[in-house]
Ligand binder design. Structure first.
Ligand code: ZN
Length: 240
């Protein structure tokens, strides 16, 4: 069984469609979405309907929460807040209700899925190094947990100590725990502008990253046409 794990789509429909096509070609038969379906880019409703139609496990991201609430976005960075105000206007009541209904943590087969961290999923903490990862591991009761949120692929492993290994091909070893950031479909921030997702080969005990080209020019044109901040289009070129 090959499972595709994808998240931080951020309303980038071209990237989402490219990832789903690639995962199908790669023989994936199951799907898990790690949240932040909306926010930043110009197709929130379309991306939401696509993920919803797949009827797969989905966990809630902070942008999903912010786009489906009516709380003030004042404390947020201005670019993200502008995009979220716009996103709220694009979504129907039913679509916002669907986002509100998403759970923070899901167990799927023998692994766990969360958008940020297991120790305090609702605090939306960012894991950028092994010290941040340590607090997550205290609450991780499965061998493998997938997360997103920073938009940077990273692999943390806990044996006798916690270490970070290359976000590349991971061969799972018995007795170790893995906390794996799957990168971002719609707004990568590791300097590689291609859409990123992960395939978990359950029988083979292997996790691999995939990078997929997509029609970035169309995504960028839609962002500009929608009147969203230009920086949101520009950053897609650099993957930052
Ligand atoms: Zn995100």
């Amino acid at each position: 069984m090959r499972i595709a794990l994808f998240g931080d789509i951020h309303a980038n429909l071209e990237a989402l469609e490219a990832v789903l096509a690639d995962a199908t070609n790669q023989g994936c038969s199951e799907w898990v979405c790690l949240g932040d379906i909306v926010g930043y880019n110009a197709n929130p409703a379309e991306c939401l309907e696509q993920v919803k139609s797949m009827a797969c496990p989905v966990v809630k991201g902070n942008h999903d929460e912010d786009a489906s609430g009516d709380h003030s976005l004042e404390t947020m960075n201005p670019t993200a807040a502008t995009a979220l105000e716009w996103t709220r206007e694009q979504l129907t009541g039913d679509q916002q209700e669907w986002l509100r209904s998403l759970r923070m943590v899901r167990q799927v087969h023998s692994f766990t899925a969360v958008h940020s961290t297991l120790d305090q999923p609702q605090a939306w903490n960012y894991v950028t190094n092994k010290f941040d990862a340590m607090s997550n591991f205290s609450y991780q009761f499965t061998d493998v947990c997938f997360h997103g949120h920073t938009h940077v692929p990273r692999v943390f492993v806990r044996g006798s100590r916690v270490r970070e290994v290359a976000a590349d091909l991971v061969e799972l070893e018995e007795g170790l725990k893995y906390f794996i950031n799957i990168g971002s479909v719609g707004q990568p921030r590791d300097g590689d502008p291609r859409a990123c997702y992960v395939i978990y080969d359950v029988a083979g005990g292997m996790i691999s990253y995939r990078r997929v080209e997509y029609d970035r020019a169309t995504t960028q044109r839609k962002i500009m046409d929608a009147g969203l901040p230009a920086i949101l289009a520009e950053r897609l070129t650099d993957g930052r």
